[in-house]
Design a binder for this molecule. Sequence first.
Ligand code: ATP
Ligand code: MG
Length: 594
Amino acid sequence: MTGMSAETTTPAPAPSDFIRDIVAGHVAEQRYAKIVTRFPPEPNGYLHIGHAKSICLNFGIAREHAGQCNLRFDDTNPVKEDVEYVESITRDVQWLIAGWADHCLGFKPRGAHPAKVTSNGQPDYYLAPVAPGAGSEAFFASDYFDQLYDYAVELIRRGKAYVCDLSPEDTEKYRGSPDTPGKDSPFRNRSVAENLDLFTRMKAGEFPDGARSLRSKIDMASPNMWLRDPLLYRIRHVAHHHAGDKWCIYPLYDYAHCLSDYLEGITHSICTLEFVDHRPLYDWVLESLGLPRALPHQYEFAKLNLAYTLVSKRKLLTLVTEKVVTGWDDPRMPTLSGLRRRGIPASALRAFVTGVGVTKFDSLTEAAVFENAVRGELNTTAARRLAVLRPLKLVLTNIAAGETVECRATNNPQDENPTTRPLALTREVFIETDDFAEVPPPKYFRLKPGGEVRLKYACIIKCDELVKDASGALIEIRCTAQLDTRHGQPNADKKVKGTIHWVSATQCIDAEVRLYDRLFTVAEPAAEENFLKVVNPKSLEVVTAKLEASLATAKADDRYQFERLGYFALDKDSAPDSRLIFNRTITLKDTWAK
Ligand code: ATP
Ligand code: MG
């Protein structure tokens, strides 16, 4: 195969979609001093491949307009959240944007909030790349609890919010249904003074969980259920992982989100389609407060759904707690931590989610689209090596024990100027068990009794004799190496139909190799009543493989193609010099296509 030169590959065109079109329109009319987006995960689990789409969209837009994207933890529900998740999310976002959009990552301003204000009224935050592992410099919705409280007081003063004593069950009953209008709460017309008093006492911890709530006063008959006086605050006597034990009332998502966007000077608040119905509430909260600066606006796109994959933190948590996988970063998990550990480069993930595009319609992306993006990337970057997963020993009888026949192997034929490395052909070599058949089926071009095959980068060998033990089990295959068919030798051009990979039996190293298959047996596990029932029992196979000796120095970030077997990367459980563990990132071909 001839290498593709760098000059002939055209750079990927800048992505284009309906959200980018909207942003481009705003840039053209100079509506904002700076485009500011945010990626707002709730720290209640690890990020997954679906989040990669949102990250690449938000950071991508910031990047294309010399803007800024904030990583903000939407941490308004302390019950399900944890610092472990804050840390993993920070790590995963930094990994995904490293070298691509880390210069757009918004830095949390120190001290008072907001920071400086630009001429058109947007707050101006600092931009600086965050060094991996430097700790979190992210934004937290919980950092705004004081301001959010003050805004709630302002809503009460404006007659737009009230303290309601209905129980959660009654609140639900009063809400009505999409076809029947709701009923006004009997507490809806409390005086401003009474509401202020009760809300202050809610904050002071006078009432138990669920006893009262703060609600917006909008329209109990609205066809949009989200406008039927939605809750703004509820009582929860629990400590918060970031805000500590200062609060016993917590704002609800819809209330906190739009105001967090406003406080950070977000211009485009991009979320997924399930929030379309929340948009009027987003606007209502901001418009009701008479805020002085430009308001953010919400735009929605379709979630990424990938075949054979779950994209829900809650469901992925079940896989962890039920011990279907070894943890959130199990290489079979569609989490960013799992994909990274499996060896998938961040650039491949970005290419995949960008290629899928941004639309307004939910759809299911085929697994092959993802796999091809990964193969496409690794094909150009991964160094080729020889490894044998299920070894079968050959003896090359015309090479003496201890003798070494030097061969050379190409490191990456895709490079513009491919380099080579030495490879030792010795008397004993391992080939793949599958590459030999004592009773070959028709058209079998690999090794068979009396047959010839080429050992890649070495020479053609001929199978002379099978040595069996008393029980008839094959113990050795004796072959002759046709050394004059090596590269540069007189018979180098001799053709045979099969070429197989191999390693020297005396100069190889052992490694544990983990071979992964899809985690689910059905394309839409999320549609199953119980997705635990469609877990693929054969999603992991572990073998002890023989690797060419040069792999002894493999490093965590190295990517390899083990020729004919797929792409591999070192697992984090490896101990250099003592225990090598490789993960198969992906096979060379789509083995599910048949
Ligand atoms: P999950 O159900 O997995 O918890 P979520 O939407 O509740 O997902 P958040 O932490 O709220 O998770 O997500 C952060 C951002 O990522 C949100 O803006 C959300 O819309 C987006 N996001 C979540 N899942 C996907 C997905 N499958 N495709 C694209 N964007 C997604
Ligand atoms: Mg969520």
